[in-house]
Design a protein around this ligand. Structure first.
Ligand SMILES: NC(=O)c1ccc[n+]([C@@H]2O[C@H](COP(=O)([O-])OP(=O)(O)OC[C@H]3O[C@@H](n4cnc5c(N)ncnc54)[C@H](OP(=O)(O)O)[C@@H]3O)[C@@H](O)[C@H]2O)c1
Length: 372
């Protein structure tokens, strides 16, 4: 892999940032190209470096980036990257940039589908060896039997089937990459639910974590205590993505990056660790399973727990996450294991660190990670 040129997108985000840090640590600094868009929140370089530092990058690791690594471009503006000279030598791509929001952001399809296809088309087919598309395990949609172990297969839910436009867009991007670019050296990596970091907890991003806190404080949610939840930490997920991008030969062109049967944990086990970390009694016997339709009834209590949150947004958020939790899916990860990757650390092994690092951050602020 020594001289390969890599492109990583999404470096200012949670997972793309974690992959960039993993790539720097693995010594690929001089070979990286990073696509970052302009933003009123700061220069691309400043936002990128701040994020990589938040994800644990040292100054030495940041200093290992080459002279000309930054490709300033928005995925929604094909003209900004098509024929860009920095793309010409690119051999391996980890495409993690997306709008992974649960909101109805009107740009979801444009960025996640059209932007992905435009990027794949802009790469030099004579150099490109692998286009690793970071999809989502939830691209299968919600119509599988509750409690299923979802196999690693190209079969996807239909567009109408999805709980949110985001997962539909990721499914459409996968499908269209295969259909419209049959010669693309495509590998799909579908992470399950990425929450926190094994060492840094939720300091780099509180995305999704707040849902566990709210459910625990409510003592009620849409799953049974015996249900399992498939959660992976960002740093482990990043290592898996880097491995899929760099390993010369892969057995498959689609992988779940998931906890799977081995490392998924039950709600009961989460309850115990959460209760201990929060220094409260476990919800255990007092826990109440409710349907998504009943979530509105617990809204007054939720508003006490999450003061300052927008009422409509909070309700919609919990109904959507409740809809996902109710499915009780576990995502088979036999393929990743067969490639030799160690199993994901179970969520319960770093959950206390997540609680510790979330202390002092208002839940209303934590929610903002998921509603861009
Ligand atoms: N987090 C999860 O639980 C999870 C689970 C399964 C799959 N995934 C997938 O993992 C990937 C990363 O997710 P994440 O959780 O890390 O999300 P994130 O923190 O929101 O990061 C998204 C990244 O995409 C970039 N981006 C968005 N729109 C862009 C545009 N128009 N042009 C260029 N860059 C753009 C963002 O840049 P800005 O900083 O400029 O906004 C940011 O760097 C996504 O593809 C998502 O579908 C995530």
């Amino acid at each position: 892999m020594a001289e390969r040129t890599f492109l990583i997108t999404g470096g200012t985000g949670f997972l793309g940032g974690a992959v960039t840090v993993a790539a720097l640590r693995a010594g690929f600094g001089a070979q990286l190209r990073l696509l970052v868009r302009k933003s009123p929140e700061g220069t691309p370089a400043m936002r990128l470096f701040n994020n990589l530092r938040r994800l644990g990058a040292t100054e030495r690791e940041l200093g290992s980036l080459g002279q000309d690594f930054m490709l300033e471009a928005d995925l929604g503006d094909e003209g900004a990257f098509a024929r860009h000279p920095l793309l010409k030598p690119v051999e391996r791509v980890i495409h993690a940039a997306a709008l992974p929001t649960f909101s109805n952001n009107p740009f979801i399809r444009r960025i996640n589908v059209e932007g992905t296809l435009a990027l794949a088309r802009a790469l030099n087919p004579n150099r490109l060896e692998r286009f690793l598309f970071v999809g989502t395990a939830m691209a299968v949609g919600p119509s599988r039997t509750r409690g299923s172990v979802i196999e690693e297969s190209t079969e996807l839910g239909s567009d109408e089937d999805h709980l949110v436009p985001y997962t539909a867009s990721k499914a459409e991007a996968e499908r269209r990459l295969r259909e419209e670019l049959p010669n693309l050296p495509l590998v799909i990596a579908r992470p399950s639910i990425v929450v926190g970091h094994t060492e840094l907890g939720v300091a780099p991003s509180q995305s999704i974590f707040w849902v566990f806190l709210v459910g625990h404080m409510l003592g009620a949610f849409t799953c049974d205590l015996t249900d399992s939840i498939d959660v992976v930490p960002a740093d482990w997920c990043a290592e898996a993505l880097l491995r899929l991008a760099t390993q010369d030969l892969l057995e498959h062109d689609l992988y779940h990056i998931s906890a799977g049967k081995h490392s998924s944990v039950t709600i009961e086990a989460l309850d115990e660790v959460l209760a201990h970390a929060r220094q409260v009694a476990p919800m255990a016997a007092n826990y109440r399973k409710i349907g998504t339709a009943e979530i509105a009834q617990v809204l007054p209590k939720m508003r006490e727990i999450v003061p300052g949150a927008n009422r409509r947004l909070l309700l919609r958020a919990l109904q959507l996450y409740g809809g996902f939790a109710e499915l009780n899916y576990v995502f088979d990860n036999s393929r990743l294991q067969a490639e030799g990757l160690a199993a994901s650390p179970p969520f319960t092994s770093y959950l206390s660190r997540c609680v510790e690092t979330a202390r002092g951050i208002a839940i209303a602020d934590q929610m903002k990670w998921d509603f861009k």
